[in-house]
Ligand binder design. Structure first.
Ligand SMILES: *Cc1c(COP(=O)(O)O)cnc(C)c1O
Length: 386
């Protein structure tokens, strides 16, 4: 079920390109993860909180009105938007904090860009009574003041990082510096299927619950596998979780959808970014390119190593959609199904709107709704005014 070959490598992608003192911390983390991921008590505790706190399993909803409107493939929606805190991110932060607890950590640190991963991390830290420090670029704290307040309300300490450009990259650097100094009592909780080994493998493991459920659900509802599974890709965690249990089912197409203004998989080249090798968007000077997605969660110049490999090997396909198509999909799903999707998820919906009418009504599409759109309503309001 995994395309991982030697530890941490997916073809030539992944691995770990970090200073020796950090490598020791990652080696220990990898070893602990391997120990606990099959530990019966650990697995049962994870399942308990997924059920009682996150609200799983969530439905695989048949989008009848959307299907009728488009004519063609049957569309099903995997409802990560119904999770506690409104997205798939909670699956991963829950798994990692349970691991942190087993490892004896007293303190959780994380980086956040727009604040979504920071809020998810602060949530589980409140739940498990852990000290929580979130590093956030100073510029981002000003643009996302409400998310800073949410994290503080949940009991987290938010540290604005003034260094560099005061953006996500600078926050990552500060968090890594903290980890190197405090690794004996501190756990670094990473938010997507990126970073040095073991993070991509670990994040996939915790997010695989999405396709574990959707596969069981589609077999119950339709008695067969879907034609394709679609998900948006930022760092790639909701997509790899949606794909995981279908990777070894060659009849199922795996489709990742990215913004045309952050097309790492469509236009990226192999390079090392943030301690691992993946497809990266580079500018003419060989520096990571500035990206501008309307969906904050997709604004990243790299992509998880396993997606880089799935693209290179041809097992998965990746497409881009435009802002206009995303805004249209946001409104179409709201009006036809009464579901306001996150702008990130609306990328996957936008591609489904293009694909479904070209397919037969024997075909089935599963679209992963990674999150709900409440957080984006005000932004869309302003964009539609223009
Ligand atoms: C963070 C986020 C994403 C992007 O992250 P991935 O790791 O690519 O899944 C997508 N959708 C929502 C709702 C998010 O919050």
């Amino acid at each position: 079920m995994s395309t991982e070959q030697t530890a941490g490598y997916f073809g030539s992608f992944g691995g770990s390109f970090i200073p020796p003192e950090l490598q020791e911390v990652m080696d220990y983390l990898a070893q602990q993860f391997e120990t606990y991921k099959t530990d019966l008590e650990f697995v049962e505790e994870f399942q308990y909180y997924l059920r009682e706190y996150v609200g799983r399993e969530n439905p695989l909803t048949y989008a009848k009105h959307l299907t009728d409107k488009l004519g063609g493939a049957k569309i099903y929606l995997k409802r990560e938007d119904l999770n506690h805190t409104g997205s798939h991110k909670i699956n991963n932060v829950l798994g990692q904090i349970l691991l942190a607890k087993r490892m004896g950590a007293k303190r959780i640190i994380a980086e956040t860009g727009a604040g979504q991963h920071g809020v998810a991390t602060a949530t589980v830290c409140a739940m498990f009574d852990m000290d929580c420090t979130i590093y956030m670029g100073a510029e981002d704290t000003r643009r996302q003041a409400l998310n800073v307040f949410r994290m503080e309300l949940l009991g987290a300490k938010v540290v604005p990082v003034e260094k560099g450009q005061g953006r996500l990259k600078d926050a990552v650097d500060e968090a890594l510096g903290d980890l190197v100094q405090n690794y004996r009592n501190t756990f670094y909780l990473l938010g997507s299927a990126v970073g040095p080994h073991p993070f991509p493998t670990m994040v996939k493991h915790f997010q695989s619950i999405i396709s574990e459920e959707s596969k069981r659900q589609i077999l119950e509802k339709e008695g067969r596998l879907p034609t394709a599974v679609l998900a948006c890709t930022g760092g790639g965690s909701n997509a790899i979780g949606s794909f995981a249990h279908y990777i070894d089912e060659p009849s199922v197409r795996l489709i990742g959808v990215e913004p045309d203004q952050a097309p790492s998989l469509t236009e990226g080249v192999p390079a090392v970014l943030h301690g691992f090798k993946c497809l990266v968007l580079l500018d003419e000077n060989g520096e990571p390119r500035k990206t501008y997605s309307i969906a904050a969660g997709l604004d990243y110049p790299g992509i998880g190593p396993e997606h880089s490999y799935l693209k290179e090997s041809g097992r998965a396909e990746y497409y881009t959609v435009t802002n206009e198509e995303v805004l249209n999909a946001f409104q179409v799903l709201s009006k036809t199904e009464g579901i306001i999707p996150a702008l990130e998820s609306a990328h996957a919906v936008a591609h489904a709107l293009k694909m479904a009418p070209t397919m037969s009504n024997d075909d089935i599409l599963i679209v992963n709704l990674s999150g709900r759109g409440d957080k984006d309503v005000e932004q869309v309001f302003h964009m539609l005014q223009k």
